[in-house]
Each structure stands twice: as structure tokens, then as C-alpha cells.
Design a protein around this ligand. Structure first.
Ligand code: HEC
Length: 128
């Protein structure tokens, strides 16, 4: 009897811990590059292009010159980049009310992965 109660108590604690872990990891994944990739494809790729080089179809059609994001992310601070995403620039809409803080952060994380991939493909490539 004593043993059974002990086991039940343990599994309740384990369950609570597991639940906590899921909640915490859920919050963390809100800012993940994977989430950022999804947001980027939906809101940014049409102008900035799939790899962030500024050659998306909408930009070409409208004659816009969006920034080269892998270069921008390497040159500028997180605060500057996230600030531009929030406020917009020239033809770029402000995303401050369209995306949440976590979503803008996720997009930033994704842009960083683009910058790293590009650096790996062409090391030493300077700003264009
Ligand atoms: C309608 C086309 C368009 C869309 C959509 C768009 N952008 Fe832009 N973006 C631009 C243009 C144009 C600029 C300004 C380039 C310049 O300064 O000459 C720009 C600039 C930027 C900059 C500034 C880079 C720097 O050098 O400081 C960042 C960062 C950026 N965009 C990220 C994003 C992200 C992230 C999204 C999606 C959430 C997005 N953009 C959606 C057109 C767009």
C-alpha cells in the first residue's frame, strides 16, 4: 500500500515536470529558425527572394531594390534589423503589427542562418 502511494506520487510529479518541459520548449520554438523560415516564405520572400538576396518576384515586377539580407544581418545589430522589420523601410511595409515579437525574432534567427549558409558557400565574400 505504502509502495503504491509512493509510485503514484512520483508519476504525478513526473507528469507535472513533463508538462512544464513541453510548455517551456513550446515557448522556445516560437523563436526558432524553422518558424522563421515559414514566416519568411510567407511575408518576405516575394521581395527579398528565397535566399534573401533581394531578387524576389515582386521586387522584380515592381522594380524595387530590397536589401541583401545575409549581408545586412552580418553588418548590422539585431536591434537594427528587428527595428527595420517592425517599422519598414521605403517600399517595405512595417511588420510591427503584422508579426509578434516572437515572430520577428524567429525571422531574425532565420536570416542569421541564411547569412551563415552564404558565408559557407562563398567565404570571404564582402558586402555587395
Ligand atoms: C514589398 C517588398 C518587401 C517586403 C514584403 C519585405 N521587404 Fe524588407 N526591404 C524591402 C525594401 C525595398 C528595403 C529597403 C532597401 C533599401 O534600404 O534601399 C528593405 C529593407 C529590409 C531590411 C533592411 C536591411 C538593412 O540593410 O538595414 C531588412 C532587415 C528587411 N528588409 C527584412 C525584411 C523581412 C524580415 C521581411 C518580412 C517580414 C521583409 N523585409 C519584407 C522590401 C521588402
Amino acid at each position: 500500500m505504502e509502495r503504491t502511494r509512493y509510485r503514484m506520487g512520483w508519476s504525478a510529479t513526473g507528469g507535472a515536470l513533463l508538462w512544464l518541459l513541453l510548455v517551456v520548449s513550446g515557448c522556445v520554438s516560437g523563436g526558432s529558425p524553422q518558424e522563421g523560415e515559414r514566416i519568411y516564405a510567407k511575408h518576405c520572400g516575394s521581395c527579398h527572394g528565397e535566399a534573401g538576396l533581394g531578387d524576389g518576384p515582386t521586387a522584380r515586377l515592381a522594380g524595387l531594390k530590397p536589401a541583401n539580407l545575409p549581408v545586412a544581418v552580418r553588418e548590422k545589430s539585431r536591434a537594427e534589423i528587428v527595428g527595420t522589420i517592425s517599422k519598414g523601410r521605403k517600399a517595405m511595409p512595417a511588420f510591427g503589427r503584422i508579426l509578434t515579437d516572437a515572430e520577428r525574432d524567429a525571422v531574425y534567427q532565420y536570416l542569421r542562418t541564411l547569412a551563415e549558409e552564404r558565408a559557407a558557400v562563398s567565404p570571404g565574400l564582402g558586402p555587395t
